[in-house]
Design a protein around this ligand. Sequence first.
Ligand SMILES: C[S@@+](CC[C@H](N)C(=O)[O-])C[C@H]1O[C@@H](n2cnc3c(N)ncnc32)[C@H](O)[C@@H]1O
Length: 305
Amino acid sequence: MKLEAIGNLGHRLMLARTLPPRLVLAKIAKRLPWSNRRSVRVSEILHSPSDLRPDRLLEFYRTQEALLSERKSRSPIDFRGRNVIEIGPGPLAGWGPMAIFRGAERVYGVDPDWVDGAFSDPAVEAAYLRPHHMALSEAFGALMPFEEFRTRLADKLTVEARGLDAAQPEFTADIIISNSCLEHIVSLDVALMSLANLSAPAVRFMHLVNFGNHRDRLSPFSTIYEMSPSDYRRRYGNHINLRRPSDLHAAFAAAGIEAEMTIVDQPHEKVAGVDVHAYWKDRYCTEELAVRTALFCEPTNGGEK
Ligand SMILES: C[S@@+](CC[C@H](N)C(=O)[O-])C[C@H]1O[C@@H](n2cnc3c(N)ncnc32)[C@H](O)[C@@H]1O
């Protein structure tokens, strides 16, 4: 058995103990070659307490927006009449429905894991979309009734099962957003070059990047800093690209995108608790290694307050 398989098996067994049994079954069914991808995805959504929280993604968005407003005096993004790209929105189309609710002209999402037909399934509409519409109405006011929202989603929201480097939105984007996605893109440099070509001149963007291991909330840097990237990939596969903040900056700059970083969470004690391998010590300072989450946005004229 390969080391990668063992590393992932440990993670899967841990998940199997914590997730609802029917979600575990759906995840197992997904791996069977004869399974119907759409019905398996619908089942995954319907049995996932976190997916079904109607305001989960909305809360992320509003928290990030509030933090940028407070720290950088950054004005909120106005979606009205704008063309939007979302990278890696996930199974429930991410922030696309919010953008449409707030008046976006078009939203185009790219996610290799997207399954056509699952999001528009009637069971998903009842379990997620209707409560999500209520959450949006509470947050932003009664901007449109549910029937209009659903029609607009059908007409204006497209998500394609492909990676960012193959995105073909048929417009240049005024707004580009992603939540915990860029760290999963292995060929990030190529993907950001594509992104630069898809951006309108005054594009506004907001990318939340999670530099942790996505496995252990209490110890987000364990395993990563305990070995070199090649060892990490051998054991755990390519689920994260292991880029650090300065690498992200360099990748944005190489693509011709000027990006400003705002640190969201920097738990120094979580690095102190790890036996850091020379690979990381030699290349990055402790300050940088301690960045767990950060936002990358177009530059503001303000600065840290
Ligand atoms: C951690 S999930 C985040 C999903 C969602 N944004 C959220 O916050 O719940 C990362 C997502 O990025 C997607 N992804 C991975 N590689 C990608 C790529 N090259 N282009 C676009 N999306 C990608 C994955 O399929 C996955 O849905």
